[in-house]
Design a protein around this ligand. Structure first.
Ligand SMILES: [Zn+2]
Length: 379
């Protein structure tokens, strides 16, 4: 079945869809919780006559952006539209793209993947087919799904796609016996982390990491937008002087607590606990699970805020808790060519005893980033 789908598309189709996917990716970090979408329009004699992508949340969709670049309207006669996601069919911030495309003289629409939103999936395709267009779905579908993996997950589960990033030595330590951990990996690996921070909606740390490292979790070594910063602070008692609460990005900080008593103590818990004029962030109250902050509930609450992807940069406790509760979707693990022989292990406390109980990751991928090895895999 899958082979048939692949054969349906020519090398030319794949070339244009790849171009559209590359365009789509330019929106990474700017369009969430919308998907990244790219569009290329090719004339009946095989020339590219238009292209565009969804650049920013709330701005025009890829198809509309592409149509703006058409110079000669006659070129659209019998042209093919390549779009990485099914054209939308509902009136949102902009009128539906499927209605726009249906009135054009184009004859064929090639779509990488159907819209994963169950409320609209297939409707855009139906509108185009009813208008007599040849609609073909599934060109470079695997690549398109990969590109929007966070969005697809968010649509399906209404909670963010969770990517965990860790850096360890060859013997599995994330910090030395004295607690120092800066830096296990090299410069290039650290720059990569900053690049990820700029692409995901939020970065998350636990209480211990916030206290020990006093991280900023900002994007510094590369250009890009600043993510939301989430800190799990069950007792809601982290000191207000931490960078997360006092720097210029403090409005980007979200504190998650289960301390109902403290939360309700004042009209504004932040005023009592983090009485710091510059802190303008948010506090989310969630329940407890096994005497700790209920992380799954926290993720659902974050989803309601429109956060579709989170890069977790955990210390020992948060990493183990998230994995144990099956809340991590993807792992980025840097392995530095270093040996410590002691210190803090990267992951502990999963309650696994036998080798056949080990958690197996799939779709693994390895690459070198400077001197460090980067493992990527899915839970
Ligand atoms: Zn649209």
């Amino acid at each position: 079945m899958k082979e048939n789908i692949t054969q349906k598309f020519s090398a030319e189709d794949k070339k244009w869809m790849r171009t559209a996917l590359n365009l789509a990716q330019k929106g990474e970090g700017y369009v969430s919780p919308n998907p990244m979408v790219g569009c290329v329009i090719v004339s009946s004699n095989g020339k590219r006559i238009a292209q565009g992508y969804h650049e920013k949340f709330g701005k025009e969709h890829a198809e509309v952006q592409a149509l703006k670049t058409v110079k000669n309207k006659d070129d659209l006669i019998d042209a093919t539209v390549y779009v990485t996601l099914e054209p939308c069919s509902h009136f949102g911030k902009t009128p539906p793209c499927a209605l726009k495309l249906k009135d054009l003289p184009v004859s064929r629409v090639v779509i990488a993947m159907q819209d994963p939103n169950p409320k609209v999936s297939g409707k855009g395709i139906a509108i185009l087919k009813e208008a007599g267009k040849l609609v073909e779905v599934g060109c470079m579908e695997e690549e398109a799904r990969k590109l929007n993996e966070a969005f697809i997950h968010y649509m399906r589960f209404q909670k963010p796609f969770v990517i965990m990033k860790m850096a360890q030595t060859l013997d599995g330590y994330i910090a030395a016996p004295d607690g120092s951990s800066q830096w296990i990996t090299g410069k290039q690996a650290r720059a990569k982390v900053h690049e990820w921070r700029s692409k995901f909606d939020a970065v998350m740390v636990g209480r211990n990491t916030a206290l020990t490292d006093n991280p900023r979790l900002t994007v510094r070594h590369v250009d890009g937008r600043q993510p939301k910063r989430i800190v799990i602070d069950g007792p809601l008692s982290l000191p207000k002087e931490l960078h997360l609460f006092s720097d210029q990005y403090s409005s980007n900080t979200i504190v998650i607590t289960h301390n109902r008593g403290k939360y309700q103590a004042g009209a504004d818990p932040m005023l009592t606990l983090l009485s710091n004029d510059s802190f303008t962030g948010q506090t989310l109250l969630v329940g407890k699970k096994e005497n700790h902050t209920n992380l799954d509930e926290a993720l659902h609450e974050l989803g309601k805020l429109g956060i579709a992807s989170i890069l977790v940069e955990p210390g020992l406790d948060l990493g183990g808790a998230l994995i144990r509760q099956n809340l991590v979707d993807k792992l980025h693990l840097f392995i530095a060519p270093k040996i410590l022989g002691g210190g803090t292990k990267s992951i502990l406390g999963l309650g696994i005893n036998r080798i056949d109980e080990a958690i197996k990751l799939h779709d693994s991928h390895y690459e070198m980033i400077g001197d460090d090895l980067l493992f990527t895999g899915y839970f």
